[in-house]
Design a protein around this ligand. Structure first.
Ligand code: MG
Length: 304
């Protein structure tokens, strides 16, 4: 059986800091919960910089562009630069432009932040925003005029996701040559009011089932976001720590990228989830972190 992750504490923090020169933070559930900052996060980031460490922020949230993220960092008084911020909206535009090298238009199911990243890369797009309803009667739902220039369906979180949009998406996807890209597949996201909100994964999965096709995912736990960072920065995974709140995305991503992984317990995953993962796997479990700690606040307490 794989060993249980190690609690980060006064005894091991020195070696932990010495062996990592780069820290990659997931955002929601680590730095903040929606609009509520986790205590002492600005101080933690500042202190890591003072120790000569580099920091990056990587998020599966695809509703914001890097510019919009920077505004949020500024509002929460967390020191950050745009080229330290890597949301899956940026990864999607990067993938379409530089990895798949697609021409033509993108049919987007997503928010303005995702569209902004496409525009930054001069990628033509259609479909964002609300779609007109044809009516409740199934007899009224007929064919749509599909744009023959569409070469990709890009699926992010779309608060205007609807029957019409699903109808169009699956008909574009009837053609094998049309690419199917998803920003991420997080099924839920925690809110700061105790409710659980359905995430991008709920919508993407519905479209996948209807289209009988699987999307190429660009967000965590896939490793493209690491490629995006490496495209701009020299980074050694063996001296990097990925800090996240989700075993299925952040921790699996970090382990796949060969970084050290640290779970914080202020978001999606709990110690019970860790225990379950440990019991369910006889061999090395890629969803198990090397270390865990209660919160980013506790990490600041240890290193200050
Ligand atoms: Mg998170």
């Amino acid at each position: 059986m794989t060993s249980f992750p190690v609690l980060l504490n006064k005894e091991n923090i020195g070696e932990f800091l010495a062996s990592n020169d780069t820290f990659m933070f997931d955002c929601d559930g680590v730095l903040w919960k929606q609009n509520n900052i986790v205590h002492y996060v600005p101080e933690l980031i500042k202190h890591l910089r003072q120790l000569g460490k580099r920091v990056f922020f990587i998020s599966n949230n695809n509703t914001k562009s890097r510019r919009q993220y920077l505004e949020k960092f500024s509002r929460l008084e967390i020191e950050a630069k745009e080229d330290e911020i890597y949301p899956s909206s940026y990864a999607a535009a990067y993938y379409i432009k530089y990895v798949a090298k697609l021409c033509g238009k993108v049919y987007v199911l997503g928010a303005p932040g995702l569209v902004e990243e496409l525009v930054n890369e001069n990628i033509k797009h259609i479909g964002s925003g609300p779609d007109e309803m044809k009516g409740y009667d199934i007899d009224l739902v007929g064919s749509y005029d599909l744009d023959p220039e569409v070469s990709c369906v890009l699926h992010g979180f779309d608060a205007y996701y609807s029957y019409n949009k699903l109808h169009k998406a699956i008909n574009y996807l009837l053609k094998d040559c049309v690419h199917f890209v998803a920003t991420n597949k997080d099924m839920i996201f925690p809110t700061d009011n105790g409710f659980v909100a359905p995430g991008t994964g709920c919508l993407v999965t519905a479209t996948e089932i209807s289209a009988k096709r699987k999307a190429t995912v660009v967000g965590k736990p896939e490793t493209l976001l690491m490629e995006c960072i490496k495209h701009k920065h020299d980074i050694d995974p063996e001296k990097t720590c990925m800090i996240g709140d989700n075993l299925d995305t952040d921790i699996l991503f970090g382990n796949r990228c060969n970084t050290t992984t640290l779970l914080v317990l202020t978001g999606v995953s709990t110690l019970d989830d860790v225990q379950r993962e440990q019991e369910n796997c006889q061999f090395k479990n890629m969803k198990l972190p090397h270390f865990y700690i209660k919160s980013a606040t506790h990490l600041y307490d240890l290193i200050k």
